[in-house]
Design a protein around this ligand. Sequence first.
Ligand SMILES: [Zn+2]
Length: 241
Amino acid sequence: MTRFFDLRTDKVARNSFSGDFDAAPKWGLPGIKDCPGCGATWASWGDHYPSVDLSDLPERQAFEEARPEPFHEFVRLRELIRPLAPPNVALSPGTSFGPLVGRASGQFAPFSGLESCWILVRRDAFDSLQAAGVRGLLGCKTELRFRQKTPPDILELQLEPRGLLHPDCFPPDLAPPCTTCGRLGLRLPEDPILDGTSLPTDTDLFRLGNYSTVLIGTDRFKDAVEQGGWTGISFRELPVH
Ligand SMILES: [Zn+2]
């Protein structure tokens, strides 16, 4: 039986490396302003597709500034992205694309960025995980500008939405999602439970489709990380119903 782990920043490892960065994804979908269904103005956080390149899109400038837009304009912009994005993903308001762009400095831990729901990985750790047979690793280039002479080679992993939280961990009075914009007013439960029927069997790394800030790795991923001695991630096993 595959086991599944919630992935968080390992603060001890983070404090033992000097690496730091201030970066943001190159492009993003706007948020929604005053949804005609539920009235909310909102954007999600977590969904990021570093492999999706908008460079050749004539309207790419419309994706350069984070802002809310009326629902119809959000939908128009979302449909421009659809052909470039992985198939069957929701493309929520605020979904971001392309490399992380910004400044960086210092020595990076093997893994970092998890506090922002990204997984940055050093090339040596990435190569080791690939050699160990970890499935579903998609390493994407970053555009981090280092001041030091020999900058580290830092990739970002693309994590796609694959599994779901099980309704057993939702509050009993939770309202259904908005039928217009899909917003689900759910706070992350203290003790998340995964929905067994939703979990992928072909990848060792993903994020949850109904709570995209939750990053999940399998026991195969955890074993490869620990056997390589790669630090920067703490693991918490989640129950599956
Ligand atoms: Zn709505």
